[in-house]
Design a protein around this ligand. Structure first.
Ligand code: ADP
Length: 245
């Protein structure tokens, strides 16, 4: 059996008696790229909020790298290696792409690694490598305010990677992007998936088709079905919940 990066076991989240997540069982392997889809109100955001510790489950376990993190604080979970990219970019617009990456790379470093382990030179190569990965080498020194929406999304994914998390959570990375920008983000995530565990929440089915190997469909706070994109798309239960929107 492959080692698991993340599992939720019987996770329920109740808001005043309403179950946003209802006995949710989910599991993904180390190194996997997983996409979670589901109609509005299915519980996708609550799912991510539970993983990152923003929302505490009413019941159940959240297991990351074999450890139950259910009662951990958000900052402890980040330190353990879960990085989240929000739907709207949270970059510093008055800083350059390069400066934003540098800031992110240093954000989670402890004082010892800052003083002794990494050198400025290592950092510089790391930033250059990241800029290349996200396709922004030529725009490294431009203020981020002047980047396109798609470039900002890629920069923020780069900022996430700069923090070297063990699991990348990516929330709707292509919302509002053009087809070309969507394609670029898809290629970037596919490239990163070669060396990272990635969990993506997304609505855009074209994009899901482009990147997904395994898809989990949420509905009413539980897993409705799982499988590859063809299996999921042809599942009558999935067709019904999407058509019912
Ligand atoms: P999705 O991201 O799939 O659209 P959400 O996780 O945002 O779904 O929401 C799932 C359900 O839980 C929705 O019906 C939503 O109204 C409800 N919900 C989410 N957060 C809260 C909250 N803080 N208080 C009450 N209900 C909430």
């Amino acid at each position: 059996m492959n080692p698991k990066i993340l599992q939720t076991q019987n996770v329920t989240v109740s808001f005043d008696g309403f179950k946003a997540l209802n006995n949710l069982n989910f599991s993904m392997d180390v190194g996997e790229l997983r996409v979670v889809i589901g109609p509005n109100g299915a519980g996708k955001t609550t799912f991510i909020d539970v993983i990152t510790g923003k929302v505490k489950p009413t019941e159940g376990k959240v297991i990351f790298k074999g450890k139950n993190i259910r009662s951990f604080q958000e900052h402890e979970i980040i330190r353990m290696g879960i990085g989240r990219k929000f739907q709207t970019p949270r970059i510093y617009l008055n800083l350059t792409a390069s400066e934003n990456l540098e800031l992110s790379a240093n954000r989670n470093k402890n004082i010892f690694s800052t003083l002794f382990v990494t050198s400025k030179k290592t950092d510089k190569y790391k930033i250059q490598g990241l800029l290349e990965t996200i396709g922004l080498t030529s725009k490294a020194n431009i203020k981020s305010a002047f980047l396109s929406h798609g470039e900002k999304q890629r920069l923020e994914i780069g900022m996430l990677v700069a923090q070297s998390p063990d699991l990348l959570l990516v929330d709707e990375p292509v919302a509002g992007l053009t087809d070309e920008e969507t394609y670029n983000v898809a290629q970037l995530l596919l490239m990163l998936a070669e060396s990272h565990s990635i969990l993506v929440i997304e609505h855009d089915m074209e994009f899901v088709r482009e990147i997904a190997r395994k898809v989990t469909v949420l509905h009413e706070g539980s897993v409705l079905c799982e499988g590859n994109i063809e299996e999921v798309q042809n599942d009558p239960r999935v067709i019904e919940v999407y058509l019912g929107q």
